[in-house]
Design a protein around this ligand. Sequence first.
Ligand SMILES: [Zn+2]
Ligand SMILES: [Zn+2]
Length: 892
Amino acid sequence: MSGREINKGYEPAEVEKRWYAYWEENGLFKADQSSANEAPAFSIVIPPPNVTGVLHMGHALNTTLQDILCRYRRLCGDNVLWLPGTDHAGIATQNVVERQLAADGVDRHQMGRQDFIQAVWQWRQKYGSAIIRQLKSLGASCDWSRERFTMDEGLSAAVRKVFVELYEQGLIYQGNYIINWCPRCNTALADIEVEHETLEGHLYHIRYPYENEEGGPVVATTRPETMLGDTAVAVHPDDGRYADISSDHVILPLTGRKIPIIRDDYVDMEFGTGALKITPAHDPNDFAVGQQHGLESVKVIDDNGIMSEAAGDFAGMDRFACRKAVVSALQEQGLLVKIEDYEHSVGHCYRCATVVEPNLSKQWFVKTRPLAETAVNAVRQEQTRIVPEKWKNDYFVWMENIRDWCISRQIWWGHQIPAWTCSDCEKLTVATKAPEVCPHCGSSALVQDPDVLDTWFSSALWPFSTMGWPEKTPLLERFYPTSVLVTGFDILFFWVARMMMMGIHFMEQVPFYDVYVHALVRDADGKKMSKSSGNVIDPISVIENYGTDALRFTLAAFAAQGRDIKLSEKRIEGYRHFINKLWNAARFSLMHLEAEHPEFAESDLSLADRWILSRLKRTTKLVSESLDNYYFNEGANGLYRFVWHEFCDWYLEAAKPALYGKINEKSQNAARAVLWRVLHDVLILLHPFVPFVTEEIWHRLPGTADSIMRAPFPGRDPQLSEINADAASETGMEQIMEVITAVRNIRGEMNISPSASLSVLVQAEDADVRANLEGHRNMIVTLARIADLEIASAGEKPKGTATAIVSCAAVSVYLEGVIDFAKELARLDKEITKLEKEIQGLDKKLNNQGFLAKAPADVVEQVRQQHADATEKIQKLEANREKIQQLESVQT
Ligand SMILES: [Zn+2]
Ligand SMILES: [Zn+2]
């Protein structure tokens, strides 16, 4: 014994805490920015979680996949930078702090801007690192010494510089614009922040009287209160219904205002009467028409959703109350032609679900088209690769239809826009530093724009701002462009597309070579996890119950490209068994491994030795290929198969006689050396997936001193390269495994006691197969518990046996004296009767219309599955009964 024995059970909590601290203390996550380091650079910037964030399964998946790549690359010898940080998350954070203050009866407006911002910073200091601690509990090997925050000094300087440069290049402008406006949050919303819902509403048909003749066009609207802000009625130039009218104007009801009739082929003649009310201040399409025709914009709904002075008699009313008032006033005047039920799509604020009001407002915009063009080309020319490819098309479609990006937000928490207006000359100054006097007139009465920038503006700069831009830092020099961005598809446009635009514009190089888009984590039935459905699996409690490695391995094992992950605790529990299996295999192996590496000659290797080395070689190749190409599930599943079904199930069993010295010293030494090699390499292969348990075992393995994080990935180790994958040993071993499995199956099917030793006849046509089986007679006899093994050429199937045909031979087990035919028949009959009863019960349920109608779909599915399982079982038992009856007739 080597004194390296390990505990009987694996205790994740203690092990995880100990090794994470060790890794951090020993600087194992640190990137080397010096130019002297010649190792290839590999870099990832973390998608910065919101500072208000609480770890959910999406983070757990995203973080696990990045960590797998980073740990893998370190093992390959790369100089790895995984740059972490958090996002200030403007609106989200402001909301959290506002709610907290409201609980104490404080309103931010009472506090004033400076004090409120102070309060947010205090909140951030107190609670803002919770998400970072949670990322660490997942084992994330980020270079924490370089942690950044989108509002820290360096990143804020980068934001101002980008704003000023884009402004000077004419790519940022200020303009009146129809924007999505939330009257509750009092802020502009991006198109993507508006959630559309189809609602039952009404279509109101209103007559606008002609100025100098009878009648008038009828317009239709779902929002009649906006008519107070109409500044024209539009008809199609070819519309015969309006060809002969003498009026150029109509009288806008309830206001008495005279508004022009304009002709524009934008109008759809087929819709209603072919006349369209134009409200430039409250509808994006009308705004565009208004600009073309030089129409005035009359804003009748203010920023709080209240009717403005311009609404005349209706001023001061809530917009929805006004809708009712306008409708009844029109009714009284006989101008309401009809009201129809009408289903239409209504935009809601993504945060508070208030109905969004298209609103005219002065906002800052990024002119995105020129930036988008280069970002599209970069992907077309494969400077950046999107994986899986199916997302590429979405990216193109979105980028080609991109609209200017409204970047101003009417909140306090964020990067305040670096633009100042002079109160004296009213001119605007945009600068990275607050000017002391107005550069236009010398006045010192300067007022900074109160708005802040959209949160995504600063995160768009993340790949280079975090590395010290605008300075030319060694970090940028070494690690930009980054190697890969790992992200969910939900922020492909919010974030990835904008990083592409900004990265290319300011760095003249794409921000990342690869974008790996991972799937969603759903519940076991494929439903989205949500608090309201009560199906959320909390990663922190999973870690407490099953250990981090089990969670990580589960996520990786199901991370197939383009397929969502269906997660259940049961699956995680299953992979905890795998971690325990590895632990137990290591425990067994370590008992046989000495501090000194035993010498052996290649000719001392047994078939099983050669076979497992060959399988190891293939598994190594599979893991590195799958991680190189983001097939995380293939790597994980390959390792699972290798460790459980090849190393544990077969090799350890086959090698026991040699390991226990029952053959000779040479084969014992050879088996020990192979055992060491396999355990050593498999720990390294597994390390990216399950970092904690592998580090723990690694330190008990003779001949290892340093952290496993500094070990070389096996493919680069010349010792293993010498032992090639060996097809002959694989074929030979497969033949033996087939025969053993056949005997084991017959034992199971025939209910033969495990202790009964058997007489077996193996008939193989091929002389090479016979020679191979003969050569490994001991292994077959031991592993299949055979007393008497005869290996013969093909021939008649012997009587009184159960036979299985495998690809290399026919395997027959003599049953006489092994089983009591009568007793076995009675047992089978009993089992069959029991199953028949079960099926009857299930049939009853499945024929019950009430059950089918009322039970949840998954419950019904479960019953169907039980039915199918029982039916299959019965068929097997009946087949066995038939076999035994035949045997019985032979015997008598
Ligand atoms: Zn809102
Ligand atoms: Zn001035």
